[in-house]
Write a protein that binds this ligand. Sequence first.
Ligand code: ATP
Ligand code: MG
Ligand code: MG
Length: 399
Amino acid sequence: VNSDLILSVNFVLVNRSQQRYIVKDILGQGTFGQVVKCQVSETDSHVAVKVIKNQDAYTQQALVEVHILGLLNSKFDPDDNNHIVRMLDYFVYQHHLCITFEMLGSNLYELIRMNSFKGLPLSIIQLFSKQILRALVVMKEAGIIHCDLKPENILISTSLNPAEIKIIDFGSACFEHRTVYSYIQSRYYRSPEVLLGYPYTTAIDMWSFGCIVAELFLGLPLFPGASEFDLLKRMTATLGLQPPDHILNVARNTNKFFKRIGHIEDTGDAGASIGCKSPYQILTEEEYEARERKKPVMGKQYFNFVTLEDIVKNYPHRKNLPDEEIAKENSTRLALIDFLKGLVEFDPVKRWSPLQAVRHPFVTGEPFTSPYRPLLETPRIPVSQTVMVDYKPGGGRLV
Ligand code: ATP
Ligand code: MG
Ligand code: MG
């Protein structure tokens, strides 16, 4: 069945109140449908309209986007202060769900590309980080996980403030207490808990955010995994360690990537520190092939250095940078390394939350003197997870 609307310039979409949207440009195309730039008829204003394919699965998913973004906009960001795209309207036109958004500009991937994949100045990265973190603070407060944070889903504003960015595409988002899908996030930005099949939280967006910040600096993805196995190999090499045992012990996919090596007895010897003694060892490519009966897809090396610290420290400086600027840049790079380490942290519980990250010297601009130690956050038990225990004679019972 060909149920697609053929959208071209001058096509007119009509909403519930007979308001007309005139197509001016095609902005994006995907599996979900198309995004077009429209003029709101009889006005000078333009909006972006996401026209969803006339297929149930896409429509259902798009309704989740409407619900989640509607909630974020109205209840958690009523004054539009938190760098989350505004949804303006939604309606069904000729069996197609249409969602209208404020019109924004290029995405951050396009910005990186326009800069020849050489990375952006640290002052801009600091500015963008602050804005993305504001959005992530609000989303965590709302218990919402974006699940697809990546440069393509962060857009530059076309309005008064050209340095303003906004997060778009809540088409994969979910509520923290209702995580149903296991195959989420775009691979380069996929968190270790999703990769390993471990319960996930809003912390997966903080991992993606760390990958994005690194990419804005490097101009190339930090973990360009050509496959999930390649992705995990890159993470462990760059971070210089593997995911903690307490995660590997319970993650569903541990056996895909690790073998068990006989558990070494803890002799209580202070020298033999814990951590060197993991019973898990990541497979070699040959072992992976033998186990999965297929060669793992491995990508090429993107950087001349392996560890995060070396990659950032040795990244070439921009041409014609005066000496005093180089000294300043180098010290900001140290702050950046420390910032990234708190974000691309294997353990989602230790990984910094948005509120912890927003106070980092890299973001605040305070001088960076020593590794950042964030304040502990008061754990908040989401209402939906509160288990009420009703004590009755004869024993406790869940109600
Ligand atoms: P896919 O997942 O297949 O990449 P999608 O469902 O994620 O598509 P979006 O990310 O919401 O769809 O939109 C696709 C593209 O359309 C964006 O990457 C962007 O280039 C463009 N776009 C979306 N919203 C806007 C907007 N408000 N203003 C300008 N361009 C937009
Ligand atoms: Mg998208
Ligand atoms: Mg999407």
